[in-house]
Design a protein around this ligand. Structure first.
Ligand code: CTP
Length: 403
């Protein structure tokens, strides 16, 4: 379930072309179970109509501090007291400067100033031209707003409405949504540095062929996302998969098991938790042809010989033990049958405190899964659910073990 469900958010729009993304954001928030109260500045109404925002939020929009609908005529007080957060998107350069100085000459800034600062977080999504964004005045304002406790989201990079290209675009609606979900998620993994492997590996035979497996990487990506939401710093070493990088996660792409091992060894000293979800190919061809292997017309097939790949998880776990390190290692087991027996044996063989079993053929490529958590005390089942929900439960479980 989304960390946003049941929240009440005041969505403020100041003036900017990016206001069209706020319509999408409003819709996404409502879909995530949020009640959204839209407040717009006069400048925002030049870019987006209050009618559109009312239709999308299902609530009348406030645009003036003189709104007679409020019995006490104090919309700035009433609206800000009800909110779990105020999110200003787009936050224009001018609006941020106003926030910084405690300006209060229209409803939105007045409401931000009047909010109970300890109870109602203020989150802003800047949106402006790249020169405006990089101007020292704006950067000073951003730094000071952060120092004042305002949560300033990143800006995007790319083509701008003015025709220029650079930093300063407002994040896309789904990126803001993701950041808001992370904002509200309990920070059970704060201070942890989590290294995750995900996806299959690809072992080349020649420049155009190789062997791999059906792992999609979805479980590992979901775990990386859940760990980041829980406040961890996350590095994701990914085999060849077609998945978007979870927001806020550092991703390193690799292809073969040996590349995956190198990337893991380069990052593991900084990690406090290692979660190996990758379906690493057990074997690779003992040689890789530089050129495409051609049929010679004889009907003979090439003789492929295999050598075993390094066991990344076992290597990392053994080296951590040898150094008496406190790296917490979690393995996965993709089995086709006898899950409990195989997972129990594999946990001991790999030398890890926690091993997560799942049925490979039933889950590869799917959006859902069921997990069996095996430790030295026994086994606990996480029943069938979406990979994202299971990832959140697994990260919760790991956080409990670390605390
Ligand atoms: N693993 C690894 N490096 C390998 C093989 C596996 O790091 N070369 C990790 C996987 O990421 C997973 C765990 O070890 O966390 C178990 O992987 P799995 O493929 O289920 O088991 P194998 O060790 O390959 O054993 P088997 O093929 O006999 O089931």
């Amino acid at each position: 379930m989304s960390t946003l469900a049941g929240k009440h958010i005041v969505l403020g729009l100041s003036g900017g072309v990016a206001a069209f993304k706020s319509a999408e954001l409003c819709r996404a928030l409502v879909k995530a179970g949020v009640t959204v109260q839209v407040v717009m500045t006069e400048a925002a109404e030049h870019f987006m109509t209050a009618v559109t925002m009312q239709a999308l939020s299902g609530r009348p929009v406030y645009t003036s501090q003189w709104d007679p609908r409020e019995a006490n005529n104090m919309a700035h007080i009433n609206l800000s007291r009800e909110a779990d957060a105020i999110v200003v998107a787009p936050a224009s350069a001018d609006f941020m400067s106003k926030l910084l100085h405690g300006g209060a000459d229209e409803l939105l800034s007045l409401m931000c100033l009047a909010r109970p600062i300890d109870k109602v977080p203020l989150i802003v999504a800047p949106a402006m031209n790249r020169e405006m964004w990089s101007n020292p005045a704006t950067q000073r304002n951003v730094a000071q707003l952060k120092a004042d406790g305002v949560h300033v989201l990143d800006v995007g990079q790319g083509d701008q409405a003015c025709g220029e290209t650079g930093d300063g675009r407002m994040l896309e609606a789904e990126e803001i949504l993701e950041d808001l979900m992370a904002f509200f998620a309990p920070k059970r993994m704060a201070g942890q540095r989590v290294l995750v492997t995900a996806g299959p590996t690809y072992e080349a035979i020649d420049p155009v062929r190789g062997i791999t497996n059906l792992s999609s990487g979805k479980m590992g990506f979901a775990i990386a996302r859940a760990a980041r939401m829980a406040g961890a710093e996350v590095t994701l070493v990914a085999g060849p998969v077609h998945l978007a990088t979870p927001r806020g996660v550092q991703r390193i792409d690799v292809r073969s098991a040996r590349q995956m091992l190198d990337a893991v060894l380069a990052g593991v000293d900084d990690a406090s938790v290692f979660v190996a979800t990758a379906a690493v190919a057990d074997w690779r061809p003992d040689t890789q042809a530089d050129q495409k292997i051609k049929k010679d017309g004889s009907g003979q097939t090439p003789a492929l010989r295999f050598v075993e790949n390094p066991d990344i998880l076992a290597t990392v776990a053994a080296s951590s033990r040898a150094r008496s390190g406190d790296l917490f290692c979690v393995g996965f087991a993709a089995e086709s049958h006898d899950l409990l027996a195989h997972a129990t044996a594999k946990r001991i063989r790999k030398g890890v405190p926690l091993l997560v079993g799942n049925i490979g053929p039933a889950t590869f490529g799917q959006d859902d899964n069921a997990l069996l958590l095996v430790d030295d005390a026994g086994a606990r089942e996480l029943p069938h659910g979406s990979k994202q929900d299971l990832a959140v439960q697994l990260i919760d479980d790991i956080a409990r073990r670390l605390s």
